[in-house]
Design a protein. Sequence first.
Length: 367
Amino acid sequence: MSRLSPLQSTSQNNTLFILMGGPGASGWNLLQSAALLIPAQLGLTIILPDHRGTGLSTVLGCDDNDSQTITTGCITYLISKWDIEGLNQFSITAAAHDLSVQIQVYQADHPGRISIYAVSYGTLWLDRFLQIYPTLIPSAIMDGVINPILALNKTDETETKENGPGFLNSKVLYLNIIQSERWLAPNESEIDKETVLAWHRSTLMAPNNSEQTISFRAQWPKYPLDQYYAKVASYSPLLMLSGQLDPATTFPLASQLASITSKTRTFYGIPLAGHVTLNIAKVGFYCPLHLMLAWAFPNNFPSEWNDPQCIRSLPTTLDFVGATPLGQEYSMKFLNISRPFGNDSYDSIPDSNFLFFPHNSSLEDIS
């Protein structure tokens, strides 16, 4: 795992573990963003653990050089090197056990408060961890939430070059987890290649790896499902954040999860945010970042940071210009737009879509 230390030592250690997405992405992918969004002046130690099979862990690759070019020869190599039982150890549950060991060893040397912030696939990793170890940490946050029960978003992996380094992103680990426990929902029958490709062609936007994923399904040595599969942790206090325009871990699936966990989880929908809501802080909208930090370390940040009313101050219409100076810079750089696009007839997002679901309430309470 990697560590970002605070600018100055404090009387109490406050440490945030950040779980990367994928599956297959290394924590190293978050180094720059973590340092930018949570600067050292805030006094937090940031830990970026690597999921088993990528990063500083043992990289799961297709040859002795950890190639990520998936072929039938890659499958043969994996079985020869690891055998089936060995490959079975590269799972979500195994990664949850690894995280437990890392936290307990770290806390023994650095007593203090530890919280976990997870993004994308990392939210599924965190959910599995909280199922097995519900008492190790006092708070947790999910951003870009994957629904553990539904498996409709088959490929939530960020697109990478075919031969990118397995150190940063292991496509082999990605396929091992997707094929084993994310391809089908509970009790769902196998889906043939023609159906999958028809779904792919019918979408406006989708990753380009659907054919590869389905082509190797029958041959892939899938690991057996355990008792934690398709279950939801009852852990509390847990904060969930979801962007309404998230194309990867979609808002409807996050909302469905929020509706069945409202007694133990607090859910905030963020208007016009995409995948991983904290990213909007990069253009000057700090509401999700403040909510996350205040949830993780309530004694270290202003109490008003924990107030979800800040969500109401976020933009709810798109004009492609940007509502902050930094946002306007991005619009000029990437879109060459300095004036509102179109005829000003924008549809505002209804309030009911981004009201928060506090735990111990139901959807009916706030509709």
